[in-house]
Design a protein around this ligand. Structure first.
Ligand code: OSB
Ligand code: MG
Length: 382
């Protein structure tokens, strides 16, 4: 007689995986220091094991500007390397996925698309919400907005007024060379006490130190990724020279990056993005380390559709996520979302964490089919 399965131990055997690329036009273009996005090309991943299915979303951009990954590199790496390693394989839980992908270097957004789908699958299999499965506790998460670079200061002020009116807990504006001091001065004049921060997406260098000293006067919560995307050394120099806390985004790919950045004094806050770090297992590790070391963390965004947004909500329930994240209402980005109901924000500037198993949101299959430009199915032959 075989050994009975351990209580609560579910075995995952991936029978099939489907990749699907959808195109979703943004309500308004989103501009950062590296360029404008008008339409998102998003890969949705569906994994199946037994009776259950789980969904993930790839956060790679259309062009290799935020990171080296793109929608097309992720499609390639998923199809030719990650899915073949996973198909037909027995896993006790989704946490084992990271080890299966271990030998493959980088490509964390591709990995996360599949890894987060496996966590969702496991949560559905166990009949528990995803946020509970990863160890989250918060039932209502504080939300902030990220406002792209605007064509005029007046346009920016109008956006800030409207987001503040919606109840969002903090405002982040994107900055680039020539769009920093004036926009901040204008916002501070009208909103002296607004929790406010900036994101430079690596637009500056240590030669801009006098500019950063000027920014100290605006009482910002933090400056996100002011220097090179792959740096933690110059950021430590800059952090010693300014009062405003530095928050790292692009520079942090895993727990060791977070630990080294903290130990070197390169930042005082960390933005955690599921795609950038490869998925939930790493998010849980970073959360634990930062919680123990009292490093505030928050959930970053990548213009996700509902599936990725729901994963972000689940991650934001972990105890270390003490600052409002870039997790906001679907309708700020998309007229029609990939989930039903779309993600909405309360008048308190929070998102209520859903209680249903898995993602806690239903997929809008009809909407997703209409937006689909290609699909590929992978089926295990074992
Ligand atoms: O740096 O945080 C970033 C969007 C695309 C690429 C990089 C970033 C962003 C955002 C958007 O700031 C946040 C969101 O999804 O609301
Ligand atoms: Mg950022």
């Amino acid at each position: 007689m075989g050994t009975p399965a351990k209580e609560g131990c579910i075995l995952i055997n991936i029978r099939s995986v489907q990749l699907r690329e959808i195109r979703l036009p943004l309500v308004h273009f989103f501009e950062t220091s590296f360029g404008r996005t008008y339409v998102r090309r998003i890969i949705l991943v569906r994994v199946e094991s037994g009776e259950n299915a789980g969904y993930g979303e790839c956060t790679a951009g259309e062009d290799p500007l935020y990171s080296s990954e793109t929608t097309d590199t992720a499609w390639h790496v998923l199809s030719d390397f990650l899915i073949p390693r996973l198909l037909g394989r027995d896993l006790e839980n989704a946490a084992e996925t990271a080890a299966v992908f271990g030998p493959i270097r980088g490509n964390r957004m591709a990995k996360a698309a599949l890894e987060t789908a496996l966590w969702e699958l496991e949560a559905r299999g166990r009949g528990v919400p995803l946020w509970k499965l990863i160890g989250g506790t918060l039932r209502e998460i504080p939300c902030g907005v990220s406002i792209g670079i605007q064509e005029s200061i007046d346009g920016l002020l109008e956006k800030v007024r409207s987001e503040v009116g919606e109840g969002y807990r903090r405002v982040k504006i994107k900055i680039k060379r020539g769009w920093e001091v004036e926009p901040l001065r204008a916002i501070r004049e009208e909103f002296p006490d607004l929790p406010l921060m900036v994101d430079a997406n690596s637009a500056f260098t240590l030669e801009d130190i006098t500019l950063f000293r000027r920014l100290d006067r605006f009482g910002l919560m933090m400056i996100e990724q002011p220097l090179a995307h792959d740096d933690i050394v110059d950021h430590a120099v800059l952090q010693r020279e300014i009062q405003t806390p530095i928050c790292l985004d692009e520079s942090i790919h895993h727990l060791d990056d977070a630990r080294k950045a903290f130990e070197m004094g390169s930042c005082r806050i960390i933005n955690v993005k599921l795609g950038r770090i490869g998925g939930f297992a790493e998010a849980v590790r970073i959360n634990q380390y930062c919680f123990l070391n009292r490093i505030p963390i928050w959930c970053g965004g990548m213009l996700e559709s509902g599936v990725g947004r729901a994963h972000n909500i689940a991650m934001s329930t972990l105890a270390g996520f003490v600052l409002p994240g870039d997790v906001s209402a679907s309708r700020r980005y998309y007229e029609e979302d990939t989930v039903i109901p779309p993600v909405t924000v309360t008048s308190r500037g929070t998102i209520m964490v859903p209680d249903d198993p898995g993602l806690g949101y239903a997929l809008d299959h009809e909407r997703i089919s209409r937006a689909t430009v290609r699909t590929r199915d992978f089926v295990s032959d074992s």
